[in-house]
Design a protein around this ligand. Structure first.
Ligand code: ADP
Length: 375
């Protein structure tokens, strides 16, 4: 028997149990109440009005019988009314509780089968509790729908990003086959560039998947942040020189130490300083500053480059988000760098944030790291 039928019978049984116990007590209680003591009371009431003892006993018996019959009729009538009330109460409960519960169960099955657009109308009956259950169900379905949309979007983005270098490679190979290109070192270099791009992308996606799933194992150790910042800047000096950009570093006079995963800090810094170089025109200025906060250290990367429009700023940490396609042609990546960096910062208990006064007005990225060791 399905659960809702069992519930219906349980409801009816509970009502019947209440009614039956009411009837039984109404039938038994008068007998008990009209016991010997009641007979004595009736006797004492009748005695002053009736002369002989025999007449008193007769009147007393008649009265007792009448009382018993009257209470029996009253109990029977009350029982019938109670049964009717019980049936009505069961029906009301059935309509207000079991019917919506059946709807919720059916909707849950549809959500489980992948119909995430399923929503339930908010119930006017059934009270606050049912209303709460339906609201929670709708919230859950909405969240699942959003997650599913993101999943589909992610697959579309990944395949799109993979297709670009693959198409490039395919074109080159076909060009060689058709004799359009020579299999010389220039063509090989172009092919190698596409392969590196593919490898970078696959690696980025792998790191992103791990860090988002919380599966990336960090190796926190005591590091000299002053040193890590200097090294990261040095690593990118050549790139800055290529565009005649000024890349400067500003550190406190003392050494700043903290507990963090060195390689991951370098990865974040390389990403945000690399972006600053990429999105700043030649002869631009990029400043990297190490500041101390309340038990935290902040690395601020400020450029005077192309900036980020205010309406795009909230999205730049999303996976595969790029402010515009033109930036990609300038040598930009797949749009996962900042997403990885922010997740890495979070994994280390820190934060990565961005500010910009708008297009053409430069950008500032701030990496905050905890676990500062008092210098
Ligand atoms: P990408 O690999 O495309 O650089 P990121 O995730 O590192 O991806 O950055 C996302 C987007 O944020 C970039 O495509 C770019 O449009 C914007 N962006 C990042 N850093 C800067 C910056 N310093 N100045 C201007 N725009 C930036």
């Amino acid at each position: 028997m399905p659960w809702y039928k069992r519930l219906r019978w349980r409801l009816v049984s509970v009502q019947l149990l209440v009614v039956i116990s009411g009837i039984v007590s109404m039938l038994l209680l008068p007998r008990w109440v009209l016991s010997k003591r009641s007979a004595e009371t009736i006797h004492s009431i009748l005695a002053p009005y009736i002369g002989s003892a025999e007449a008193i006993t007769q009147a007393e018996n008649k009265l007792l019988t009448y009382f018993q019959q009257a209470t029996f009729s009253a109990a029977t009538l009350a029982g019938l009314i109670a049964i009717l009330a019980g049936v009505v109460a069961s029906l009301i409960l059935w309509r207000t509780l079991v019917v919506p519960l059946r709807r919720i169960a059916a909707a849950s099955r549809r959500v489980a089968a992948g119909r995430f657009d399923e929503r339930l109308p908010t119930a006017h009956q059934g009270g606050q509790a049912l209303h709460q259950v339906i609201t929670s169900f709708n919230q859950m379905a909405h969240s699942l729908e959003q997650i599913d949309k993101k999943r589909i979007e992610l697959i579309a983005n990944v395949t799109h990003e993979l297709r670009t270098p693959l198409t490039g490679l395919q074109g080159l190979v076909e060009g060689i086959e058709d004799g359009i290109y020579q299999a010389d070192s220039a063509t090989m270099q172009r092919m190698s560039g596409e392969i590196s791009r593919l490898a970078r992308l696959v690696n980025d996606i792998q790191v992103l998947a791990k860090v988002e799933a919380g599966a990336l194992r960090l190796k926190p150790i005591k590091i000299s942040l002053s040193r890590v910042v200097t090294d990261s800047v040095m690593q990118l000096q050549a790139q800055a020189g290529g565009k005649h950009q000024t890349l400067s570093v500003h550190l406190p006079t003392f050494n700043v130490n903290l507990i963090a995963d060195k390689d991951r800090v370098v990865q974040i810094l390389t990403n945000i300083i690399g972006n600053a170089l990429l999105y700043t025109p030649p002869n631009g200025d990029i400043k990297v500053q190490l500041l101390l906060g309340d038990n935290t250290a902040q690395i601020v990367v400020k450029d005077n480059g192309i900036g980020i429009p205010a309406d795009k700023l909230p999205y730049i940490f999303e996976r595969f988000y790029r402010v515009d396609a033109a930036r990609v042609q300038n040598g930009g990546g797949s749009g996962v760098g900042l997403s990885i960096s922010r997740n890495l910062a979070w994994a280390m208990g820190g934060e990565l944030s961005a500010e910009s006064d708008g297009l053409g007005r430069g950008s500032t990225f701030t990496l905050t790291l905890p676990s500062l060791i008092t210098p």
